[in-house]
Structure formats: C-alpha cells, structure tokens
Design a protein around this ligand. Structure first.
Ligand code: C5P
Length: 214
C-alpha cells in the first residue's frame, strides 16, 4: 500500500501536535514531534551547560512507542521539556547550526520509509521538501494563547493569558527571523487558518487531502 509523508508547520501553539497526532492515528502512521527534539536538546544544555552543544553525537534522543513520550539518554523527559525554562530558551538553542544539523539528519532518517506525520517549523521547507502533503497551520496569537492557557491549566500550571501571549509572540519572532531555516510557509504548503475551526474539522480536512494522494 502506498505511503506518503505529511509535513505540518506553523507558529507556536497553532494546534500542530494535537492535529498531527490525530491524523497519524487515523492513518496508522508514525507521529514525530520535532519541537520535542529541540526541547530535549535545550533541556540537556540547561542541565549540563552550553558546551554540550559541541558533543551532540553522544546524545541519545528517542521517542517512546506511544508516540508522546521522549527519552533523553534513557530518561523519560516528556514532562521536563514542557517547563517554562525550556520554553523560554528553546528558540535560542534551535537557532544554532550544530543543533539543527544534528536533528534534521535524525528527522530525515526517521521519515525515510514514509508513513510519517512530522510537525515543526521547517519540515516542509528543509527537513522533508519532497513530502507529498504539506500543511501550514495558522491562527491568531490571541486564539493560540487561549488554547495554550487551557492546556497549561489542565497540566496544573499556573500562568496568565498575558504572559502566554507575550511568550508566544516572542518565540514566533525568534523562529521567523533566525538565519537558518526560519519559520516560513513552504510555497507548496496548503495554508490552514484554524482560528475558527474545531479540532475534528482540521483533522478531517487534512485526512481528505491525504486520501486524495493515495
Ligand atoms: O513545537 P514546539 O513549540 O514544541 O517547538 C519548540 C521550539 O523548537 C520552537 O519554538 C522552535 O524554536 C524550535 N523548533 C524548530 N524547528 C522545528 C521544531 C521546533 O526550530 N522543526
């Protein structure tokens, strides 16, 4: 049976991971959260100092079989990578050439055999420029901050809407203006403004586009 790769890009908290996970499940594909990989490297640098960026080949980053957990040198860091400290430092670490080179090559290897839904910032432009389906998800900063606030509350994290909005805007600004593979819509990506769409609506739309390609 024919398999394709699906690239989902967009700014922070646009709903990429929620949607990508659902699409992957429906299609029995593998879901890869590349943001989690950048977060894991950031956590490693926070814990062990910037020097570790020069020794990334020693690093062991793996996803759990459930597709949501991530392991750093054997330790489950799925919760730790979502901390405020990691969130506030990840864009800076992600802008480093060594970090991008290392993770992009890992990501390409994972997608080699197709059947992957990968989300991030540069999947359609840099990681998988040959992906059969590319989606660029967007939503207004206000809506994204409100959605993220709900998620953070559910995780028991106390943060206000203003702080979250500022954080999202700052992270987008850094991600869109960095030198190496900045966040930008690939010319052949389908633009999906999810501001006024429900999760099942977005999911359905992507599934239909994917099925047309099979
Ligand atoms: O997707 P998430 O918001 O968890 O990503 C965290 C950060 O990782 C982004 O703000 C960005 O700096 C970086 N990132 C990246 N390229 C990707 C995925 C994430 O630079 N493909």
């Amino acid at each position: 049976k024919k398999k394709i790769n699906i690239a989902i890009d967009g700014p922070a908290a646009a709903g990429k991971s929620t949607i990508s996970r659902r699409v992957a499940k429906r299609m029995a594909y593998i879901y890869i959260d590349t943001g989690a990989m950048y977060r894991a490297v950031t956590l490693h640098a926070i814990r062990n100092g910037r020097g570790v960026i020069d020794q990334l080949d020693d690093l062991d980053i793996r996803f759990g079989t459930d597709g949501t957990s991530i392991y750093l040198n054997g330790e489950d860091v799925s919760a730790d990578i979502r901390s405020q400290e990691v969130t506030n430092n990840v864009s800076e670490i992600s802008s480093l050439a060594e970090v991008r080179q290392y993770l992009v090559s890992m990501q390409r290897k994972i997608a080699e055999d197709k059947g992957v839904v990968m989300d991030g910032r540069d999947i359609g432009t840099t990681v998988l420029p040959e992906a059969e389906l590319k989606v660029y998800m967007k939503a207004s900063p206000e809506i994204r901050a409100k959605r993220r606030l709900k998620e953070e509350k559910e995780r028991g994290i106390d943060i206000d809407l203003k702080t979250l909005t500022d954080q999202i805007i700052r992270r987008d600004d850094l991600d869109m203006n960095r030198e190496i593979s900045p966040l930008v819509k690939a010319h052949d990506a389908v633009l999906l403004d999810t501001s006024h769409m429900s999760i099942p609506e977005v999911e359905e739309k992507i599934i239909r586009m994917a099925e047309d390609l099979l």
